[in-house]
Design a protein around this ligand. Structure first.
Ligand code: GTP
Length: 598
């Protein structure tokens, strides 16, 4: 039976603990990639990922391993992204596996981010093989690290692998552990087709390429398939595996991990987490765990030069081909001209898109502060969706304003329960439940306004728990809140792109914070600039940007040409990311000022 010789697993690790290096060694050891072709870290294939050193894109590679028992085993190594914005994608790719290798740097020990993914794996009943990596380092403490894995994560580490991914030490033993410890996939080849989509990516030639794990049945070219949640139907044009280049196969069957193409043009028709079945013999139920991913935060993206608007549209369209969660539509701002209101899964997703636009498409952008979508219930009963704070209708015309709430689950070592609860309560959270996962860990569940967690909740959570807590959240629905729109006036003019929404109880403190920050961020002019925050016509905070005195820059830099040049160059660089609004020049940082709370 073929399934007996298949192992599906992924590698879970904290950033920099050596996941990519280990994957490279495994590829080498299985001769999947000839050494001379070996580009470092083949799995991460997008430039932004390399630059940021994070894995965003999922990928699966098939390898053949000749084991000590004389048999050839087929390994499917499935890569996972590592940030809270993508925890759903992680959970789907883990769902495609029977096991996971938990890589921990022997000189650093267990770190927070790993824990969240390990828990996803434990909840999915995956077999976890701990791997103590970087044992070549003089500061490595393998025994201490094992104990930490047992204490902090609560799994047995006595049998852990010990490796130096850098030099390859211990990797052959790890391969044997994969064969012996991770169960072979099960699944009825004769049953109706059930394939989990754990990734989808757009390819110019083949259309959308679905990464799938088959749980039952088989699929081949020509089959008519249906997405069980999305309802769309297609005809299969190719099935195969990545090794790491795509290799077409006759069929994929239960237990296999591979790809399906079917001349699919629109990535939004084939969402991650959906189940593929056959039209003529459909499965009764889709695989569990499907969620439709919707943007959680919205921000305006504006080209610094208005003539680049069409170019920005084309660039967004190209990104969208590969990014089912990205949404955008044109909007205009009095201050910023023509741009797009874009929807993102979270702030990391937003910064990835922003960076790709800048690096791959060479766009120079101004981004407005991210915001959630509000609902205004108007006096006549109509509901208005508000994606841009500036569009919030006047208080006189609205009955009430609703904001999105999320169910936040914080996983933390029990000694930080108090700190976590305080943080959630300070952010308008309503306590729901608490559950001990084991001796050391609890899940604390709060209902919280989405706007209170998307910005810097993660940073605060990390600093209050020394990095040991992690969280996931899902949309609960809309609830009424006492919210107000705050407008910002510069030199007496309202700047639409700086408006923001605040809970009434924070309105004064946040307005004061905002004008103080803007005062620091906006460059001085040769005239005085008042910075004001207002609710309706009422000014509630004010600061003044003093005019610069002409003689300051003159004599100071007068004699030194290189310094002067440097200053000019710096100013020129800075200008790219600035926007003149009336007579005032506003830098990019000022547009973001509102969401960075102290
Ligand atoms: P992300 O891709 O950012 O998630 O990181 P990663 O977990 O994939 O880590 P990566 O493989 O990029 O390794 C991070 C750094 O650690 C690199 O500089 C590696 O060369 C180094 N490294 C990885 N494994 C070892 C090891 O066994 N020993 C030593 N000394 N260094 C290692």
């Amino acid at each position: 039976q073929r399934q007996k010789y298949i192992r599906n697993f992924s590698i879970v690790a904290h950033i920099d603990h050596g996941k990519s290096t280990l994957a490279d060694r495994i590829l080498e050891l299985t001769d999947t990639v000839a050494k001379r072709d070996m580009k470092n870290q083949i799995l991460d294939n997008m430039p932004v990922e390399r630059e940021r050193g994070i894995t965003v894109k999922l990928n699966a590679v098939q390898l053949t391993y000749h084991a000590k028992d004389g048999h050839d085993y087929i390994f499917h190594l499935i890569d996972t992204p590592g940030h809270a914005d993508f925890s759903y994608e992680v959970s789907r790719s883990l769902a495609a596996c029977e096991g996971a290798i938990l890589v921990v740097d022997a000189s650093q020990g267990v770190e927070a981010q790993t824990i969240a993914n390990v828990y996803l794996a434990i909840k999915d009943n995956l077999k976890i093989i701990p791997d103590i990596n970087k044992i070549d380092l003089p500061s490595a403490q393998p025994e201490k690290t094992k104990k930490e894995i047992e204490d902090v994560i609560g799994i047995d580490a006595s049998n852990a692998a010990e490796t130096s991914a850098k030099y390859g030490t211990g990797v052959p033993d790890l391969m044997e552990k994969i064969v012996h410890d991770i169960p072979a996939p099960k699944g009825d080849v004769a049953g109706p087709l059930k394939a989990l989509v754990f990734d989808s990516a757009y390819d110019d030639y083949r259309g959308v390429v679905l990464s799938v794990r088959l749980y039952s049945g088989y699929v081949k070219v020509g089959d008519r398939i249906r997405m069980m949640n999305g309802k769309h139907e297609f005809t299969v044009t190719e099935v195969g595996v990545n090794s790491p280049k795509p290799i077409a196969k006759k069929y994929l069957m239960a237990g296999d991990v591979g790809y399906i193409t079917a001349s699919i043009k629109d990535i939004t028709t084939t969402r991650v987490g959906d189940t593929v079945t056959k039209v003529d013999r459909p499965a009764k139920h889709p695989l569990p765990g499907y969620k439709e991913r919707k943007p959680m935060v919205y921000a305006g993206l504006y080209p610094t030069s208005n003539s680049k608007f069409e170019e920005l549209r084309e660039s967004l369209e190209k990104l969208k081909l590969n990014d089912a969660a990205l949404e955008f539509k044109p909007e205009s701002s009095k201050a910023l001209g023509f741009g797009f209101r874009c929807g993102f899964l979270g702030l990391l997703h937003m910064s990835v898109v922003q960076e790709r636009l800048e690096q791959e498409f060479n766009m120079s952008l101004i981004t407005t502060a991210p915001s959630v979508t509000y609902k205004a219930i108007l006096n006549d009963g109509k509901v208005k969706k508000v994606e841009n704070p500036y569009d919030m209708p006047d208080p006189g015309t609205t009955k009430e304003i609703e904001e999105p709430y999320v169910k936040v689950t914080v996983m933390t070592p029990s000694k930080y329960i108090g700190a976590v609860m305080k943080l959630c309560q300070d952010r308008r959270g309503q306590y729901k439940t608490m559950r001990y996962l084991d001796k050391y860990h609890v899940d604390i569940v709060y209902s919280m306004p989405l706007s209170e967690i998307i910005y810097d909740f993660y940073d605060h959570l990390k600093s209050k728990t020394r990095g040991y807590a992690s969280y996931t959240y899902e949309l609960e629905g809309y609830k009424p809140s006492d919210l107000v729109k705050i407008d910002i006036l510069l030199n007496g003019d309202k700047v639409d792109a700086l408006s923001f929404i605040s809970h009434r109880s924070f309105a004064y403190s946040r307005s004061r914070e905002m004008v103080t920050k803007l005062k620091k961020l906006i460059p001085r002019q040769n005239f005085e600039i008042p910075v004001q925050a207002a609710i309706g016509a009422k000014i509630i905070a004010r600061a003044t940007i003093k005019p610069y005195r002409k003689d300051v820059t003159g004599p100071l830099y007068g004699g030194d040409q290189t310094r002067k040049d440097k200053l000019l160059k710096k100013q020129k660089e800075g200008k790219k990311r600035m926007k003149a609004v009336g007579k005032v020049v506003i830098p990019q940082s000022a547009f973001m000022a509102v969401f960075k709370t102290d």
